[in-house]
Write a protein that binds this ligand. Structure first.
Ligand code: GLA
Length: 376
């Protein structure tokens, strides 16, 4: 272990999303929250102009980065860091050499967005350390660009937004078109948010995400040629899609109709949450899963199996796959008294079917990226 310098400790959370999947890059609505599972970053100025030393638990040796010579790496996790440094250098000349050690308590590849937690935590910490004067929105958007430009996923804004803006016991309704948002208290007693991690991440995930984005864009172009929609998916209706159906391939129609319907579901889910109509809320989650599985086609057998299994339990109000898809977690709304037996049974049948371990964790909406401690 090298002795790295620590001036401040940053905590940066993963996120869940109650509803509104694959809507963020379509100018739609999402309902995410930061969670109580985090990445911890210890950061310190090391007195050099350009030399950065990064240590990540689990990756062993220290990685050296020269701020004067930032380029993409073949190593995925390094690209999250390099991408953030690249974006920061474009915005400021105040960055100097630093040490950073990273400790993750987030299951990687499980769809709770360890990547956004890392990007935002690093950007947030360096902003504090060097007084860069960036706002929270600067941090959110530069982290998203880092992912586009260095990692190659053309992600939306949801994950970075949720990680930075989270608040205890609140979910956030974000309008991804205007970036207006509001906090909504989550009082779902006697229910809990339970995540079931399939522990699979199918290879498809990476490229297919960008393919979905392009397909939505294609549909938007076709609708835009016929109707005045101001270039935004937000103005697309089911009627318009039906009127354009002959001009688009079925697959494009399916992707686009999912997005239009999912936006509507987010608004209905928010109304249900506010009125404490938890059965309605749960039903909407099941509808979302069906849409993601059949129309958007980003689910996988493991996720479908868990969602179907949950339907046998009256103590489970709703369940769906969460995040980009092709693996990761299902999100379940479960009565607190049934959690232990539900987890046990789900684990048993899942193992019988797929010869894989299922992992489960409960989570609650929690605060966003913040300083845990300052030295000196
Ligand atoms: C990933 C992306 C997000 C969002 C979700 C799907 O997590 O990073 O921007 O598109 O998938 O809702």
């Amino acid at each position: 272990m090298h002795q790295l310098k620590t001036d401040l400790v940053v905590t940066s959370p993963g996120r869940i999303n109650l509803i509104g999947e694959h809507t963020d890059y379509n100018d739609g609505f999402v309902l995410p929250a930061a969670i109580d599972k985090v990445i911890i970053l210890k950061l310190g100025k090391n007195g050099t102009t350009n030399e950065c030393r990064i240590q990540s638990e689990g990756f062993g040796e220290v990685v050296h980065i020269d701020l004067g010579n930032i380029a993409k790496s073949n190593n995925d996790w390094e690209n999250y860091i390099l991408g953030v440094l690249h974006e920061l250098i474009l915005l400021t000349d105040k960055l100097r050499g630093f040490d950073c050690s990273i400790e993750s308590h987030l299951p990687i590849g499980s769809g709770v967005s360890s990547s956004a937690a890392l990007e935002c935590g690093l950007a947030f910490g360096l902003n504090e350390l060097f007084g860069l004067g960036l706002t929270k929105w600067d941090i959110i958007q530069l982290s998203q660009r880092a992912e586009h430009n260095y990692v190659g996923t053309k992600c939306g804004i949801m994950d970075q937004f949720a990680s930075v803006m989270g608040k205890d016991e609140q979910v956030m309704l974000l309008d991804c078109k205007t970036l207006a948002f509001e906090y909504i208290p989550v009082n779902i007693e006697p229910y809990r948010i339970l995540m079931l991690n399939t522990n699979v991440k199918h290879n498809l995930a990476f490229g297919e995400y960008n393919v979905r984005r392009e397909q939505c864009q294609q549909g938007l172009t076709i609708v835009g040629n016929k109707f005045q929609i101001g270039g935004t998916f937000r103005n697309v209706t089911m009627q318009m899609l039906d009127d354009c159906k002959k001009e688009m391939e079925d697959v494009i129609y399916n992707r686009c109709s999912y997005v239009v319907q999912e936006n509507q579901r987010v608004l209905e889910a928010v109304a249900a949450l506010r009125a404490n109509k938890m059965e309605t809320f749960g039903e909407l989650l099941y509808q979302t899963h069906k849409g993601l599985s059949e129309q958007f086609e980003v689910s996988c057998p493991e996720l479908d199996f868990l969602v179907d299994f949950s339907k046998n339990w009256e103590e489970v109000l709703g369940a769906r796959m969460m995040g980009g898809g092709f693996g990761g977690c299902t999100l379940n709304i479960v009565h607190k008294e049934a959690i232990a037996s539900f987890v046990k049974e789900a684990g048993k049948v899942y193992k019988e079917k797929f010869s894989l371990e299922l992992s489960a964790f409960q989570t609650v909406p929690s605060k966003g990226t913040s300083i845990l401690k300052r030295n000196g």
